[in-house]
Design a protein around this ligand. Structure first.
Ligand SMILES: [Zn+2]
Length: 88
């Protein structure tokens, strides 16, 4: 079984899913069982999973054109920001 330090070092790459399958399984086993680093590293793995999911979603399914702000709306927001900056 991996040691806590080995698990933390492996997770420090930010993309644990790119590790070899055998090491990933070891990571998951350790994180599931370890009372010392398990809760924290489970959270780190969850955050990395969510980040990966978000990036893939943004690449494969960008917002539809009608969800984007019109140029007129952008102009109004810019003007409002400038006025807000000038008054503060
Ligand atoms: Zn541990």
């Amino acid at each position: 079984m991996l040691r806590c330090k080995q698990v933390s070092d492996a997770l420090a790459s930010g993309k644990y899913w790119e590790l070899p399958r055998r090491k990933r399984i070891g990571l998951r086993m350790h994180v599931a069982l370890c009372v010392v680093c398990g809760p924290f590293n489970r959270f780190i793995m969850l955050m990395q999973d969510m980040t990966d999911h978000y990036v893939k979603h943004e690449q494969n399914d960008p917002p539809p054109p009608d969800m984007k702000l019109s140029e007129e709306a952008r102009k109004k927001i810019r003007e409002a920001c400038r006025q807000n900056e000038a008054t503060s």
